[in-house]
Design a binder for this molecule. Structure first.
Ligand SMILES: C[S@@+](CC[C@H](N)C(=O)[O-])C[C@H]1O[C@@H](n2cnc3c(N)ncnc32)[C@H](O)[C@@H]1O
Length: 419
């Protein structure tokens, strides 16, 4: 199996890799396109074939999130969810999806085993309707089990076909900007089938805008949101995180309970598209803002023995617009004693791969088990760890296990019913 990922960097064109538009158009007619959406996107009700990329293990959650936005029929697959929606649904998905890292809008799907097939399939799209010469573009590329194996070449060839088509029609071509392009094109080659999409999110959706600095091992926001969703917590009972680090779990829980859309503070790729509907978007945002509620004192608490991490947690909470709505305490796990007779405790301890050493952590995992058992009666406990050996030291029987990925690290979210 081959797997490669590439982002096209600006730079010199490689000899022989760029063809003149007219020449290329006649050399490779786009007959092989299996499906190709019309490029013009003027009708806001036109159904768009979308794909939301999510951390592996969170696909069903993302489908449920889409259903709660009124987008039904989403199909969870490996690492993402396919769904069909109109423009308003696309905007809402970007604004509201807590577990997705990006939302792609499919333009074409075609067989692709050679550079020529790639060029022709890409050239077949009426790019001039999507990108003007004064806009900028970038190409992201991922390859798996395909004849074309060099992601840099695929990205470059795609870019060539796009700019050739635009130059053919407009007389000049757009430039590449990999840091902040107006349009981000996504090429995905799997088993010699090319899916060509526009990335409607721009920056990855886990960049909510509240985390400006990083501590040593922060959870990705999307993963923290997935963890909270898997616990089924709905904001009606307390939630505590005794090893909160920079506060990602408490902040994601608070955003959920306060009905704050995770994307309210950030910008999206589609805002720079030619068909961007500002009125529609403003309406969606103000409707969302009206639903925001204040959280009751004591609903969400975070604890950590590292005061620097807590400082970050406080800043992140403030940046997320949640000042005073999450309460943090400088305390070791050994002192943890939640208040109230029921609630959800979520623990994301260090697990030896990135923080601390395995041997030192055995004792800590024993203590996690002891403290959950003795001090959290009536609560439901969850431990997210990437180290199953260490998890055995918790010494309690998990009633459920969820598989999730923290980047490349396979993790388990273990559920403990604490009687
Ligand atoms: C994997 S990190 C948690 C990361 C956090 N979820 C985030 O997104 O930033 C584990 C945290 O446990 C804290 N920690 C380690 N030992 C602890 C102890 N005995 N009591 C309380 N906190 C502890 C560390 O300071 C660290 O912040």
């Amino acid at each position: 199996m081959t797997k490669a990922k590439h982002i096209l960097r600006p730079g010199k064109r490689q000899a022989g890799q760029q063809k003149k538009g007219r020449e290329a158009a006649t050399a490779f007619p786009a007959k092989m396109a299996v499906t190709a959406a019309p490029a013009a996107q003027t009708d806001p009700k036109r159904p768009l074939n979308c794909f939301a990329a999510v951390p592996r293990g969170a696909e069903e959650l993302a489908a449920a999130e889409l259903a709660s936005l009124g987008i039904n029929g989403a199909k969870p697959g490996k690492g993402g969810v396919s769904f069909c929606s109109d423009r308003a649904g696309l905007y809402r998905a970007n604004l509201w999806l807590r577990t997705a890292s990006r939302v792609l809008v499919q333009l074409a799907l075609f067989p692709c085993s050679s550079p020529d097939e790639l060029y022709a399939g890409v050239y077949a799209i009426a790019w001039q309707e999507l990108i003007t010469p004064d806009m900028t573009l970038a190409v992201d590329c991922s390859l798996r089990d395909s004849a074309l194996t060099h992601s840099g070449f695929v990205a470059l060839k795609t870019k060539d076909a796009v700019v050739d088509r635009i130059r053919e029609s407009c007389g000049s071509r757009p430039n590449v900007d990999t840091t902040s392009p107006d349009v981000r094109i996504n090429v995905h080659l799997h088993k010699n089938i090319c899916t060509l999409s526009l990335d409607s999110s721009g920056d990855s959706l886990d960049r909510r805008g509240y985390r400006l600095e990083r501590n040593e091992a922060p959870l990705r926001e999307t993963l923290a949101a997935a963890v909270v969703a898997l616990t089924g917590w709905d904001g009606s009972i307390p939630l505590a995180d005794p090893m909160c680090g920079s506060g990602t779990i408490p902040v994601e829980a608070a955003l959920l309970a306060a009905h704050i859309p995770p994307g309210l503070q950030r910008r999206f790729g589609f805002e720079r598209w030619r068909d961007f509907d500002n009125e529609l978007w403003t309406g969606i945002c103000s409707e969302a803002e009206k639903g925001i509620r204040k959280l009751p004192v004591g609903l969400i608490t975070g604890y950590d023995l590292d005061s620097k991490a807590l400082l970050l947690a406080g800043r992140n909470t403030a940046n997320a617009g949640l000042t005073g709505q999450i309460h943090y305490f400088h305390a070791a796990l050994q002192e943890f004693q939640p208040e109230g007779d029921k609630g959800v405790v979520i623990i994301n301890p260090p697990y030896g791969i990135r923080l601390g050493e395995e041997n030192d952590l055995r004792e800590l995992y024993c203590q996690i088990g002891d403290i959950m058992k003795k001090r959290c009666r009536g609560w439901t406990g969850y431990v997210l760890t990437g180290n199953l050996e260490l998890a055995k030291y918790i010494g309690l029987k998990a009633s459920r296990r969820f598989v999730l990925y923290n980047g490349a690290i396979e993790c388990r979210l273990l559920k403990y019913d604490l009687y």
